[in-house]
Design a protein around this ligand. Structure first.
Ligand code: ATP
Ligand code: MG
Length: 139
């Protein structure tokens, strides 16, 4: 076990549907500590930079359009094994395949509009945290 930080985004579908508070309660119940948070409206270019690893995939245009379509909440969460634990709490990318009790099972609308992002490895967490937060904003 090790103390980790991970980047999560409560995506525009979940914000517009009014699920922000409920999703933050899930973070609290799993003992994630919030070390930074900001409501953002990404530009298309910012969404493309964030999801650059998916450039060229069939869903890239639609995904980056969706991610820049309205406010999203970016947060840095800290906890023991936070990266893998958050991925478990999120559930599978496709909500139809997400386990019961997961955030995506409860709140995702579709494989694209799936409520939440979470970093998938220590290297991506480091890149994603620095993409949104200068060190001075991390508590
Ligand atoms: P995220 O990176 O957002 O945490 P993930 O790691 O579960 O999600 P990825 O494979 O990294 O899934 O895909 C990034 C995002 O792209 C997904 O969360 C989803 O919004 C969208 N996406 C992935 N696959 C598809 C698809 N087949 N059709 C439409 N959108 C997709
Ligand atoms: Mg991913």
């Amino acid at each position: 076990m090790s103390l980790e930080r991970t980047l999560t985004i409560i995506k525009p579908d979940a914000i517009s549907a009014g699920h922000l508070g409920d999703i933050i309660k899930v973070f609290d119940s799993h003992r994630f500590k919030v070390v930074a948070a900001r409501l953002v409206k990404l530009s298309k270019a910012e969404a493309e930079g964030f999801y650059a690893v998916h450039r060229g995939k069939p869903f890239f245009e639609s995904l980056t359009h969706f991610m820049s379509s309205g406010p999203a909440m970016v947060m840095v969460l800290e906890g023991e094994s936070a990266i893998t634990r958050l991925r478990e709490v999120m559930g599978a990318t496709d909500p139809a395949k997400a386990a019961s009790g997961t955030i995506r099972k409860f709140y995702a609308e579709s494989v694209e509009r799936n409520a939440i992002h979470g970093s998938d490895a220590p290297e991506t967490a480091a890149f994603e945290i620095s993409y949104f937060f200068p060190g001075i904003e991390l508590q």
